[in-house]
Design a protein around this ligand. Sequence first.
Ligand SMILES: *Cc1c(COP(=O)(O)O)cnc(C)c1O
Length: 335
Amino acid sequence: MIDLRSDTVTRPSQAMLAAMSAARVGDDVWGDDPTVIELQSTLAGRTGKEAGLFFPSGTQSNLAALMAHCARGDEYIVGQAAHTYKYEGGGAAVLGSIQPQPLENAPDGSLPLEKIAAAIKPIDNHFARTKLLALENTIGGKVLPASYVEAAAKLGRDRGLSMHLDGARVFNAAVASDRPVSELCAPFDTVSICFSKGLGAPVGSVLVGPEALIDVASRWRKVLGGGMRQAGLLAAACLYALDHHVAGLAQDHDNAARLAAGLAQIDGIVIQSQATNMVFAQIPQAHCERLEAWLKERGILTQMLYASRFVTHRDVSREDIDTVIDAVKGYFAAR
Ligand SMILES: *Cc1c(COP(=O)(O)O)cnc(C)c1O
């Protein structure tokens, strides 16, 4: 199957599995797992932060970060379209007693500075205490402009806010903009990074940041369901991905561009955006269900009803992209 539903579907390669089975492990809840320790410190080093903490999911990593920054009755400013607001079950409010202050994302994924400034509440008993600005990079595949991130961080700092980045795909952003990942992380206190997306590990996210905040997040990780024991097996996959899969993200981006260019030539399809490894297309509603079924019969998995998003990743080759374009062409030619 050619699976374009998400970059979360990547399977571990034989070489990654070999690295996993060779991993030295311990009990990470006791802080004894050498491979988890190595992953956490390696990623902290790569991102220019003091410390790292391994999580089973990006959702838990983001939530522990929000809870480390914000106490009950505090507030974080976040995009309407952000994963930490829209796609994490309302965890910050439900489990953290943290009030979200969502703002409409601009088309480039940013939060307009004047809207951020206007949303920061004065210190007054009437208001939740605005503590944190949370951004996402990449967002909808788009890389936030560096000048924007700097300006947003300066505004946040000047107003006494902390900064969190949902950097689930920050390595895609780094590769696409040809900048070291540490530069993209520099404006933020904490950054959550996924290994189970384009980097191709089966499971795992790491939160990086200052030692003191990571300590607090570690306590919240326990409260939010606990740590993992011989997690070095999984950390080994993440270390393998860091060493072997980062540069290959460029190929995913090229493949997404090729897919967008191919689909754009088909009557009936309008490309809304293509950035890094994501293509968003407008496909007439009447066709979505039938096209999805047509492609599935030809070994291509998509999910068009929810959002016509196609995601490239390391288990999709350039030849696969051409197969997909031909199959979509075939569908519209047969109408
Ligand atoms: C995938 C993702 C996460 C975390 O997802 P998990 O499935 O919980 O690992 C967080 N933010 C963004 C932007 C994501 O795409």
